[in-house]
Design a protein around this ligand. Structure first.
Ligand code: 1HN
Length: 365
């Protein structure tokens, strides 16, 4: 095909390339134009109220009999993320395990964290052979490719929040999965001195190598809460209040290579400043009542609600109570974004930007 002057037109050439699964770079101009001004938030600000989710979990307890490896976890799909996910990288859900039940052992390349909403410490999860008791507000990690099963030997239903890096991992097409061979539940390390968690504190065995990643860590609330309370009179972040990141104690880095977990205290009446960042986050309301405003949309939350804040969306948090604290557990994908140097904030970079307290001056008592 040719023009009147015998030359092939650009349109004809583009169409021809398309048939050959080739695109000229000039066709990407639209994409480059779309980059100007930065990303559009991926997904919506959306809230899954406990009033609804609690009812559906109770129904799930009736309709889903315990079955091979199945987890009774209701997972939250953001209406603005058609590929599936609570944000474009994170998947959040609430899981219920009935009295006497076992959620069979398996492992996958998806990394997961669990934040306990109901459990008495006799309910437990086993991670790579290590028994982790589940008490309210504990955080338990099941890093990528670690065996995990959950067991409820008590008379009461237990419940926790699951957060996984599923949409990110599926985007990279890295899903591997394996059921535990030979048994429903794992063999456990029963000698307490064999536990890897004993090796992650302020001291560690001098005669051993250390494991730094993929540790079966439990961040017990009875240790985290005093730490949070002990910092609650600090100014905190103007954007997030007194927010603590759960670190990998062996590296000082984020909770997991793909997930950063936070616990955040909003003091009575606290109203944070508005900002946005390139990481997305999912929240679980561990206590209190408040409002999170995302790009002008107000999400009113109360205990056990879950909500999503998409990336690059302006957001601020309000503790609506003048007398009670609010407590938010959240998970964000900043380790993924930061790993490639893409973490940005507006109007200013606030994450880890403030100086640590100075050494007191001489003569000051
Ligand atoms: C999973 O393995 C668990 O082990 C919970 O408890 C939720 C959601 C998606 C994929 C795997 C669990 C999950 C999950």
């Amino acid at each position: 095909m040719a023009n009147s002057d015998g030359k092939k037109s650009l349109e004809q050439f583009d169409a021809e390339l398309k048939q050959l699964f080739i695109t000229g770079q000039w066709q990407y101009e639209g994409l480059l134009a779309a980059c100007i001004g930065g990303p559009q938030p991926r997904g919506e600000a959306y809230l899954w109220p406990w009033k609804l989710v609690g009812e559906k979990l109770a129904e799930a307890c009736d309709v889903l009999e315990e079955s091979v490896t199945a987890r009774r976890s209701l997972l939250f799909n953001n209406p603005g993320v058609p590929m599936g996910g609570t944000t474009h990288t994170l998947l959040m859900g609430i899981q219920m395990i009935k009295a006497g039940e076992i959620a069979w052992a398996h492992r996958h390349t998806l990394a997961a964290v669990r934040f306990i909403a109901k459990g008495d410490g006799k309910v437990f999860t086993v991670v790579n052979g290590e028994k982790c008791p589940m008490e309210v507000n504990d955080l338990i990690l099941t890093p990528q490719w670690t065996w995990h099963d959950h067991q409820n030997p008590t008379q009461e239903t237990a419940m926790w929040v699951d957060v996984l890096d599923v949409p990110f991992m599926l985007g990279l097409n890295q899903p591997f999965y394996e059921p535990y061979p030979g048994d429903k539940v794992q063999a456990v390390r029963d000698k307490a001195s064999d536990h890897l968690q004993r090796r992650t504190g302020l001291v560690r065995p001098a005669w051993e190598n250390s494991q730094k990643e993929n540790l079966p860590l439990r961040y017990a609330w009875k240790e985290i809460e005093p730490q949070l309370r002990g910092l609650a009179d600090q100014a905190g972040s103007p954007y997030d209040g007194v927010a603590l990141e759960y670190i990998n104690p062996m590296t000082g880095g984020p909770t997991l290579p793909t997930l950063s977990c936070w616990i955040q205290l909003l003091r009575p009446g606290e109203h944070t400043k508005k900002h946005r960042h390139t990481s997305s986050a999912v929240y679980f309301v561990a206590g209190g009542e408040g409002t999170t405003i995302v790009d002008g949309k107000a999400m009113e939350w109360t205990k056990n609600d879950c909500f999503a804040v998409p990336n690059w969306a302006w957001h601020e948090h309000v503790n609506r109570s003048k007398t009670e604290e609010a407590l938010l557990f959240s998970v964000n994908d900043s380790p993924i974004v930061s790993a490639f140097g893409h973490y940005r904030e507006e109007p200013e970079v606030s994450l880890r930007s403030m100086s640590i307290p100075a050494v007191p001056a001489a003569g000051k008592k």
